[in-house]
Ligand binder design. Structure first.
Ligand SMILES: [Zn+2]
Ligand SMILES: [Zn+2]
Length: 432
C-alpha cells in the first residue's frame, strides 16, 4: 500500500520539482504595487544631495522587513543592505537617493511641491528630475524578488542607497567610510539609470566608456579697476575674459584630435557692476568633459596655459587663479560583464527590448567603484511613453531631458523594466 501510494505520488512530485519557475515578468508584476507606492511617496518627498535622511530611512525600513542586514549612515546618509545566501559571488546593486533644486512643472497629480533651504540658505524647489525615485522604487522591487526566491541564486547580495550623486560626492564618501572593507567587497557592481531618450520598456547597454570624465573649473581673472572713461589707468579684466573665452574654444577645435570626444564649456561669466566702472576681476565657471585620462590632462593643462597667457598678454597685475572645484571619472562598463548581462537581457526580454545604446557626454560618480577596482555595469532604462517617443522622432522636437522641470517618466513600464533588468542581471551573475 505504502509503496503504491509513493508510486502514485512520484509523478506529481517530479512534476512539481520540474515545474518552470514563474516568469520574471510575473514576479515583477507581483512586487510592482509596493514599488509604485514607494515611487509616488518618494516623488512627492524629494530631498537634496547630502540631506536624504527620509529617503534613506524608507529604504532601510523596506530592506529590514525583507530580512536584509541593514547599516545606515554610511558616508553620510548612505544605506547598505546585505543578504547572504551561501557561498558564491558578491554582487552590489546601487541606487542614488538625491533629488535636484528644480521646480516641477509636469502638472502631474503627484508632482512635487516641496521647497527647502539649500546649503547656502537660499529657498529652492526640489524635484526628482533625474529619476532617482524610479531607481529607488525598482531597487526595492528587486530586493523583494531576490529575498523571496533565494533558491534561484547564491552568494552575497549588497544593495546600496548612495547619497549625493548629483554632486558627485556620495560614492567616494561611502568608499571612504569603509563600503568595501566593513562590508563584503563585491566582484561586480551594477546600476541602472533612466533615460529620457529611450522608450519605456527598453533597456540599453554599451561596453566600454559610456559617461565622461567631468571637471568643474573656476577661473578668476584679475585686472586693475577704475573709471570706465579712463581705460589707460586700468587693466580691463572684462576684455581679458572675453579673449580667454574665445581662446578656450580652440582647445577642442584645434588642439584635440577629432577622434577624441571633448567639451570645454564656459557656463557662467561674472564681472562688473555698472556701465562706467571697469571691475577689478571677472570669474569664469567652466565644465570640462572627456573620455580618457590623457585627453582630460591635456584639456586642464591647456585651460591653465591659455588663461595665464591671456592675462600676461594684457599685462594683468597678477596671474589668474585657477581652481579645480569638482571632478569625477569616466564611467567604463566592463566588457566581459556587459557581454554576459546583455546576453541574458536579450535572451529574456528579446532583442527589441534589450538594445545597444550610444555613450553620452554626461557624468556619474558610479565610476568611483570602478576606480576602486570593481568591474561595473550601468544599464540605461527607457523612461519615455512610447507614443510620445515616436511622435518626437517624427516631429524632430526634443523631449524633456533629465534635470528638466518637465521630465515625467512613464512610471509603470519604466519601473517594471528596471526591476526585470536588475533581477535578470543579478541572477545571471549569481546563478546556481
Ligand atoms: Zn542627474
Ligand atoms: Zn541621475
Amino acid at each position: 500500500m505504502k509503496l503504491s501510494l509513493a508510486f502514485l505520488l512520484l509523478p506529481l512530485l517530479v512534476a512539481q520539482a520540474a515545474a518552470p519557475p514563474p516568469s520574471t515578468s510575473s514576479e515583477v508584476d507581483a512586487v510592482y504595487p509596493q514599488s509604485e507606492a514607494l515611487y509616488l511617496d518618494l516623488h512627492q518627498h524629494p530631498e537634496l544631495s547630502l540631506h536624504e535622511q527620509q529617503s534613506a530611512a524608507k529604504l532601510a525600513a523596506g530592506l529590514r522587513k525583507l530580512g536584509y542586514e541593514v547599516t545606515t549612515g554610511v558616508g553620510g546618509t548612505g544605506v547598505v543592505g546585505v543578504l547572504k545566501n551561501g557561498t558564491g559571488p558578491t554582487v552590489m546593486l546601487r541606487t542614488e537617493l538625491d533629488a535636484l533644486p528644480v521646480e516641477e512643472k509636469t502638472g502631474l497629480p503627484y508632482a512635487s511641491k516641496v521647497r527647502t533651504k539649500d546649503d547656502t540658505g537660499a529657498d529652492v524647489p526640489v524635484m526628482h528630475a533625474c529619476g532617482h525615485d524610479v531607481h529607488m522604487a525598482a531597487w526595492m522591487g528587486t530586493a523583494g524578488i531576490m529575498a523571496g526566491r533565494r533558491d534561484r541564486w547564491h552568494g552575497t547580495l549588497i544593495l546600496i542607497g548612495q547619497p549625493a550623486e548629483e554632486r558627485v560626492m556620495g560614492a567616494k564618501a561611502m568608499l571612504n567610510d569603509g563600503l568595501f572593507t566593513r562590508f563584503p567587497r563585491p566582484n561586480f557592481a551594477l546600476a541602472v539609470h533612466d533615460d529620457a531618450n529611450l522608450p519605456a520598456g527598453v533597456v540599453g547597454y554599451h561596453a566600454g566608456p559610456i559617461l565622461t570624465n567631468s571637471d568643474a573649473v573656476t577661473i578668476t581673472i584679475f585686472g586693475r579697476g577704475g573709471h570706465g572713461a579712463r581705460p589707460e589707468t586700468t587693466v580691463d579684466p572684462i576684455v581679458i575674459a572675453a579673449r580667454t573665452v574665445l581662446a578656450l574654444q580652440t582647445i577642442v577645435s584645434r588642439e584635440n584630435s577629432p577622434f577624441d570626444p571633448a567639451v570645454v564649456t564656459v557656463g557662467a561669466i561674472h564681472g562688473g557692476t555698472k556701465n562706467n566702472i571697469i571691475p577689478d576681476d571677472v570669474t569664469l565657471l567652466l565644465t570640462v568633459r572627456s573620455f580618457t585620462d590623457p585627453v582630460r590632462q591635456h584639456l586642464l593643462a591647456a585651460i591653465e596655459r591659455i588663461a595665464k597667457a591671456e592675462a600676461a598678454a594684457a599685462s594683468a597685475p597678477r596671474e589668474p587663479k585657477i581652481e579645480h572645484v569638482e571632478g569625477t571619472y569616466a564611467l567604463v562598463n566592463d566588457a566581459e560583464l556587459t557581454r554576459r548581462v546583455s546576453a541574458a537581457l536579450t535572451r529574456e526580454l528579446g532583442a527589441e527590448r534589450a538594445k545597444e545604446t550610444p555613450p553620452e557626454m554626461a557624468s556619474e560618480d558610479f565610476s568611483e567603484f570602478q576606480r576602486a577596482g570593481v568591474p561595473v555595469l550601468m544599464l540605461r532604462v527607457g523612461a519615455v511613453e512610447p507614443a510620445k517617443f515616436e511622435a518626437a522622432q517624427k516631429s524632430g522636437t526634443p523631449l524633456p531631458s533629465l534635470h528638466s522641470s518637465l521630465f515625467a517618466p512613464d512610471r509603470e513600464p519604466t519601473i517594471k523594466t528596471a526591476i526585470a533588468s536588475e533581477v535578470i542581471a543579478l541572477r545571471e551573475l549569481m546563478a546556481k
